[in-house]
Design a binder for this molecule. Sequence first.
Ligand SMILES: Nc1ncnc2c1ncn2[C@@H]1O[C@H](COP(=O)(O)OP(=O)(O)OP(=O)(O)O)[C@@H](O)[C@H]1O
Length: 466
Amino acid sequence: MPSKDDAPSSVADSQLDGGIPEGKEPALIEPEYEVEVKLADMQADPNSPLFSVKSFEELNLKPELLRGIMEMNFRSPSKIQERALPLLLHNPPQNMIAQSQSGTGKTAAFSLNMLTRVDLNNLTPQALVLAPSRELARQILGVIQHMGQFMEGLVVTPAIPDPTHRNKKFEGQIIVGTPGTVMDMVRRKYIDSKQLQILVLDEADNMLDQQGLGDQCKRVKQMLPRNIQTVLFSATFPPDVLEFAQVFAPNANQITLKHEELTIEGIKQLYLDCDGLEDKFAVLLKFYGLMTTASSIIFVRTRATAAKLEHRMIAEGHTVAQLSGGLEGPDRDRIIDKFRDGEAKVLITTNVLARGIDVQSVTMVINYDIPTHADGSPDPETYLHRIGRTGRFGRVGVALSFVHDRGSWQALADIAAHFKTDLIAVDHHDWDSVEKMVKKVIRSSRAGKSTKDMNNQMQMDGSADD
Ligand SMILES: Nc1ncnc2c1ncn2[C@@H]1O[C@H](COP(=O)(O)OP(=O)(O)OP(=O)(O)O)[C@@H](O)[C@H]1O
């Protein structure tokens, strides 16, 4: 992405349609991230967030928990796991605020702490996890169950909107839920909060920032024991939210990153300049023909756009799934499960799924609408979380953002500047080269290649036909 200084300086300059004036076209900027991010090698690279010198054995975990980790094929801890776990497991328990890039294994870090501390002979809730969406809560629950599969007597219970769970107590050592339902259930004493020792907020900046969620999380915390171990995890902690996080989790051990360290090496960030709103859809359709074999997520701003895109793409003969907050819980579960299983390869969604969702087969994320805050200002955090749905744990992926006017172009330029990252322009008048570039990334992803392999291969292949 060109620097802000290169941005069109007046409406006239911007040619009204959002195009970039002649002579000011962004140069094809080569990615800087020529580093090894393949799982096997990554863990030997001290600069990688997945690097680790320690083993899970050294963390003195229970043998049945170690068995669970081995069963999940985790060979050694990632950097966040290696750093956070000794602090989390230390006694007496201390609060923690921890940040690490998307897809680097934060879920396992906070889950191992809970699984280590719970008393399996007691079915009263001892640990509580709050997540911003039902999909993420269900996913976290699955990870905890998977990891704790050899721990006899372990019960992990969801607390998400569920009409079949009425007037019933929530039993289980660990409860994973969304803030509204949990608040309601604690208030009505269906969740017994007296023995809770650990409170985890995943996507903590989002949970504490958003008007509704922040308020609900605060209320939940007020109803819990005072000395509870409060654990806040996210890939992003904007400075104002971090300040509030420090109040929410006082005297916390902190692991934080600079925002220019947040982008993931393996995600190739591209952008496409469309000729206005309608053209965006035509370009999407054209582009869609190129990605029939990959799993991808298309992010839009509103539920209405999600529904409209779904209808229009189905009318064009594509098989797509759509998930937004407007749907009922069971429908949402069915749709995300269909996507996870690979039955639906394309998911159109809103920011409801921007965070946390881990589907390793996702090789492409499309920002059909550039993420902005309610006041229209660019939202770099959401951009980062959205593109982080691909490139999970060292895999490679493509993030493609659509711009269609000066405003969206500027918003994307601001986001790129925020992360000090370069975005590569792809020319939709030259579909051959777009197709080649995307296919190569996807192919290298399928073959389990690293970013370095991918970039080398792209250079070597050069103009070769596919
Ligand atoms: N030590 C490990 N070895 C191998 N794979 C791991 C390890 N830890 C986690 N993973 C895998 O990495 C993937 C990403 O993990 P996770 O979903 O916890 O990321 P995250 O850091 O929470 O990302 P986000 O910020 O997007 O929520 C998962 O598929 C998980 O199974």
